[in-house]
Design a protein around this ligand. Structure first.
Ligand SMILES: [Zn+2]
Length: 213
C-alpha cells in the first residue's frame, strides 16, 4: 500500500506496462486505504453508539463520575463478588439517580423488570459505590434489579434469566465461583442497613440459572 516508486514491479509483469501497473497499484492502494479509513471510522462510530459496555447486550447509561471511584481493576483490586440489589425505584429513575452527581451511589448494572433489559452505568474496572462498604465495593460488581423488596411481582422470569446470564458472564470472566459465598445480597454486606434483595428473591432459582441448570 505504501509501495515507493522505484521498488521492483511484481515479478512477471511485462516491462512495458510497469509504469501503468504501478500507477494502477497506487490508485488501487488509495482506494483500499480510503476503504480502510471508512471501515475504521464506522467501527469507531458503532462503538460510540453502543458505548463502552463490558457486557455486549447492555446499553451504556453512564453514571455521574461523582458516584463511583475510577480504578483499573483487576490490577488495582481483585473482583470476587457479585452483589445483588433491588432498586426500590423504577428502572428509569434508578438510572437518573446514578446520573445525579449528588446521589453518592451507583451500581455497575441495572436490570429492567418487564423484559430483562440491562443498562451498564459503571465500567467493571471502576468501583461502583453500591455495597456501602469500601472493602466489598472494591471486590464487587453490583447489579440492581428494578423493583421493591415487598413486591415479588417485579421479579419476573425475564429479569431472572437476563440477570443470571449477566452474573454467569461476570463469574466466567473473573473466575468467581457461582455460589452463594460469592454471589451475595446487599443484605449480607457487613454493616449494611439494607435488606435487599429481600425475602421474595428466589436464590435457589437464581443460583441454578447462573450455573445453567
Ligand atoms: Zn442494595
Amino acid at each position: 500500500m505504501d509501495r515507493k516508486p522505484g521498488n521492483p514491479a511484481p515479478s512477471g509483469a511485462p516491462a512495458t506496462s510497469r509504469r501503468a501497473l504501478l500507477r494502477g497499484g497506487l490508485a488501487l492502494g488509495a482506494v483500499a486505504a480510503a476503504g480502510l479509513a471508512n471501515s475504521v471510522h464506522a467501527d469507531a462510530e458503532a462503538k460510540a453508539a453502543a458505548g463502552p459496555v463490558d457486557y455486549p447486550s447492555a446499553v451504556w447509561s453512564p453514571a455521574s463520575t461523582s458516584n463511583y471511584t475510577a480504578s483499573n481493576r483487576t490490577t488495582s483490586y481483585p473482583i470476587d463478588l457479585v452483589v445483588i440489589h433491588v432498586t426500590q425505584e423504577n428502572y428509569a429513575d434508578t438510572i437518573r439517580l446514578f446520573q445525579d452527581p449528588t446521589h453518592a451511589a451507583s451500581a455497575h448494572y441495572v436490570v429492567k423488570s418487564s423484559n430483562g433489559a440491562i443498562a451498564q452505568c459503571v465500567r467493571e474496572h471502576d468501583i461502583a459505590w453500591q455495597a456501602g462498604n469500601w472493602g466489598y465495593n472494591t471486590r464487587g460488581i453490583g447489579i440492581e434489579h428494578e423493583g421493591w423488596v415487598d413486591q415479588p411481582a417485579y421479579f419476573t422470569t425475564a429479569m431472572y434469566h437476563s440477570s443470571a446470564a449477566l452474573t454467569a458472564a461476570i463469574c466466567d470472566k473473573y473466575g468467581i465461583p457461582k455460589d452463594r459465598d460469592h454471589i451475595i445480597g446487599h443484605v449480607q454486606v457487613p454493616g449494611t442497613d439494607h435488606t435487599d434483595p429481600g425475602p421474595h428473591w428466589d436464590w435457589v432459582r437464581y443460583i441454578r440459572l447462573v450455573n445453567g441448570v
